[in-house]
Design a protein around this ligand. Structure first.
Ligand SMILES: Cc1ncc(C[n+]2csc(CCOP(=O)(O)OP(=O)(O)O)c2C)c(N)n1
Ligand code: SF4
Length: 320
């Protein structure tokens, strides 16, 4: 694969390992889940990769269907409540028996932010040695598009309908990646599928950092079926999420934040919502409210990135 200048394309440099997945997985048409899992396998390499997950859209891909496996990795699926506890057991047992293993606990946001949050937070605090990937499609998609803690304000779902008495979800989304970074784990990061190099670098960093404690990646991914996104535009939606600062790309190492992609002139939130039917009902004032949420969260994040300088200055003053 070559880029426009005839050299090796940077992004393909990261995907040199063999793809451990079979051809033709079966998420819904246009779903970026297949891309996410294939790339994860190619980037981390299948040699020591152990996947674990819970009931969700990613589950059939990991467990296979009927008697057929869809990949050649070691995989173990468990209950939503205990996802991170299960990954803890796996990674500890591999270490105890002296086997190299990169345990990746791959779950939806319903599991990560709500049903399995207690186990995830506990694993972060204890410093367990695995990678947790939250595949954030902003709802419980596998069971019919119910709202989750990461569903944003205003979004229409099966449990936050639009009608005379309700205008989609009435409360704001839980900022799960920030909550995870606040555990001051060795590594927490956001990623999405329009910025593959960024995702690849973060996966490799997570693999390295998980030897010091939990590494967490929050992967933003639209659900074409549940959000009403045209099947060819999921990646465009990811890109717009970054361009509007709806989903900024950052990483935090032990609580020190860095933006990994700077957006010079952020687009208005309308650029993001316009391709997504779950926001079709929103009027101007409702969009303004979402814009305020985005601006607040981004400003908060920006202040966190400034904190790095305070820490550096303090150390310099102390002569370190
Ligand atoms: C404790 C528990 N509650 C509810 C369910 C039913 N259930 C199965 S899959 C699923 C949706 C999971 O949503 P999420 O984790 O966000 O993953 P997605 O389907 O969106 O990929 C639910 C609620 C369950 N398996 N376990
Ligand atoms: S319901 Fe959504 S997230 Fe699940 S497989 Fe279909 S498009 Fe993907």
């Amino acid at each position: 694969m070559t880029n426009r200048k005839g050299g090796l394309s940077k992004v393909f440099d990261y995907f040199c390992n063999e793809d451990p997945f079979a051809e033709g997985l079966s998420p819904c048409p246009g779903c970026p889940l297949e891309l996410a899992l294939r790339l994860l396998g190619k980037i981390l390499g299948s040699q020591d990769l152990v996947m674990t997950g819970t009931p969700s859209c990613s589950n059939p891909v990991m467990t296979g269907q009927n008697v057929g496996a869809w990949h050649r990795l070691t995989a173990y699926c468990t209950l939503m409540t205990g996802a991170a506890a299960n990954a803890t057991g796996l990674s500890r047992q591999y270490r105890r028996s002296g086997q190299d293993a990169t345990v990746v606990c791959f779950n939806g946001d319903g599991c990560a932010a709500d049903i399995g949050f207690q186990a995830l937070s506990g694993a972060a605090e204890r410093g367990e040695n695995f990678i947790y990937v939250c595949y954030d499609n902003e709802g419980y998609m596998n069971t019919g598009v119910q709202r989750s803690g990461t569903t944003p304000i205003g979004a229409k779902t099966a449990t936050t309908p639009v009608g005379p008495k309700q205008r989609g979800k009435s409360t704001r989304r839980k900022n799960l990646p920030l909550l995870m970074a606040m555990h001051r784990i060795p590594y927490a990061a956001t990623a999405t599928l329009s910025h593959l190099e960024d995702f690849a670098k973060k996966l490799l960093k997570a693999k390295e950092k998980k030897n010091e404690g939990l590494a967490y990646i929050h992967l933003f991914a639209p659900c074409p079926t549940g959000w009403g996104v045209p099947t060819h535009q999921a990646i465009e939606v990811c890109r717009n999420a970054v361009r509007t600062n709806y989903f900024p790309l950052w990483e935090a190492e032990k609580g020190i934040f860095t933006l990994t992609h700077q957006v010079k002139k952020p687009k208005p939130i309308m650029e993001y919502t316009r391709l997504i039917k779950k926001y079709n009902h929103l009027k101007e004032d409702e969009l303004e409210r979402i814009q305020e949420e985005v601006d607040y969260e981004y400003e908060f994040l920006r202040h966190l990135t400034e904190f790095r300088k305070c820490v550096a200055t303090k150390h310099q003053t102390a002569g370190e």
